[in-house]
Design a protein around this ligand. Structure first.
Ligand SMILES: *Cc1c(COP(=O)(O)O)cnc(C)c1O
Length: 389
């Protein structure tokens, strides 16, 4: 059996260089950075260096970087913090229908609690939202716009710089969930007028359970986790020193190889997309044909359920997904595909294959060889499939 991992939007393998960088932070530099001795200073230095590295890569200042326990926490902190700090101005928040649940469910919970009022912008058939839509939705009492950098299911990249410009001009805070984009496409928080930005290490070959919230200088975001005074009083809790070191090491490597990876992985992605379109009838590409992450392939395959394809792929050693990892356990069709206007029965039959820089051409050839056979076998068993085809 082959082992072909094509679920890199769900999580990635921690690369060996990152593990090597993390080990000393467990075994040698294990001091608590807040203590007053040499062990502490050594650990604090690791955290400081990591902070400086991350800041430089996204165009920020070190003091604008807050380490968190991952993308979900960063999203929660940004949304709850921005709204809480701007109560006097209002409670209106603008977002989109295709956000990750860490954003969408948090904002919906805040609405139920009575502390936020939401405008959820629709997207077009490619999953795109426009700066014009944002401009038209902004009101006197709008305190925050939260729009993801790139979508985790279909890979569509949103016009972040244009949206950032509108928000800055209108004096509204702009948060972007950049968890899928970081390490894969260039990010410049200054040039893109971003006030708040969420990052998660495990989406770019770093460890799980560690992330970043970038908070632009001058933006006040109260702490979500209350306790000690770590992270300049913005995030309590003893720093996850090994995780923070791993995050920075992984981001540095991803950033150094971003251009060449985008070209090589993008070419494999294009081969996979072309192969699926040519070899399997009745399929539809989900997401934008060009404004998409270099590693994302997402197709709706008519007449069959996404879950049954996943099962057959798994039996043949291929790890894929039928949308986001969180919803693929349930039978609900993806909220992203529904927002893009796909009918229920087609949204059910979607297959997401997400590549990494470790994906090989042989693996893509193997998938292209196997997938058409699997689809044909499932369609032959499907009562929905027109048999004369
Ligand atoms: C994975 C993901 C998250 C959640 O990040 P965690 O570190 O797993 O909590 C948030 N947003 C997007 C777009 C993601 O892909």
């Amino acid at each position: 059996m082959r082992n072909v991992y094509l679920d890199n939007a769900a999580t990635t393998m921690v690369r060996q260089e990152v593990i090597d960088a993390m080990i000393p932070a467990f075994s040698t530099y294990y001091g608590n950075p807040s203590s007053l001795h040499e062990y502490a200073r050594e650990a604090a230095k690791l955290v400081d260096d990591a902070r400086a590295d991350v800041a430089a890569i996204i165009g920020a200042k070190p003091e604008e970087i807050v380490f968190t326990a991952g993308g979900s926490e960063s999203d929660n902190m940004a949304l709850r913090g921005a709204v809480a700090a701007n109560k006097k101005k209002g409670k209106h928040v603008i977002t989109t229908a295709i956000e990750h649940h860490a954003v969408l469910y948090t904002l919906q919970a805040m609405e139920r609690e009575g502390i936020a009022e939401l405008t959820i912008l629709p997207v077009d058939e490619f999953g795109l939202v426009t700066a014009k839509q944002v401009a038209e939705a902004i009101r006197e009492d709008t305190v925050l716009v939260s729009i993801m950098f790139a979508n985790n299911e279909v890979g569509t990249i949103e016009p972040i710089a244009e949206i950032g410009k509108i928000c800055r001009d209108k004096g509204v805070l702009f948060h972007t969930d950049a968890v899928q984009a970081t390490g894969h496409v260039p990010i410049d928080v200054v040039g893109m007028n971003i006030d708040l930005l969420s990052i998660s290490a495990h989406k770019f070959h770093g460890p799980k359970g560690v992330g970043v919230l970038y908070i632009r200088k001058g933006v006040r975001i109260p702490s979500l986790i209350i306790g000690g005074g770590q992270e300049r009083k913005r995030r309590a809790g003893t720093e996850n020193v090994p995780g923070i070191v791993g995050l920075a090491a992984a981001l540095k490597l991803a950033n150094e190889h971003m251009q060449e990876n985008a070209v090589r992985v993008g070419a494999l992605r294009d081969k996979l997309m072309k192969g699926i379109a040519e070899r399997i009838p009745d399929v539809k590409l989900n997401g934008h044909p060009t404004k998409r992450l270099p590693n994302n392939v997402n197709y709706s395959i008519r007449y069959i359920e996404g879950e049954s394809i996943l099962l057959m792929l798994d039996l043949n050693g291929i790890a894929a997904s039928s949308g986001s990892a969180c919803t693929s356990g349930s039978l609900d069709p993806s909220h992203v595909l529904l927002a893009m206007g796909l009918p229920h029965e087609i949204a059910h039959g979607s297959l997401r294959l997400t590549l990494s820089e470790f994906t090989t051409e042989e693996e893509i050839d193997y998938v292209l060889d196997l997938l058409p056979q699997i689809v044909q076998r499932l369609r032959d068993m499907s009562p929905l499939y027109p048999k004369k085809k």
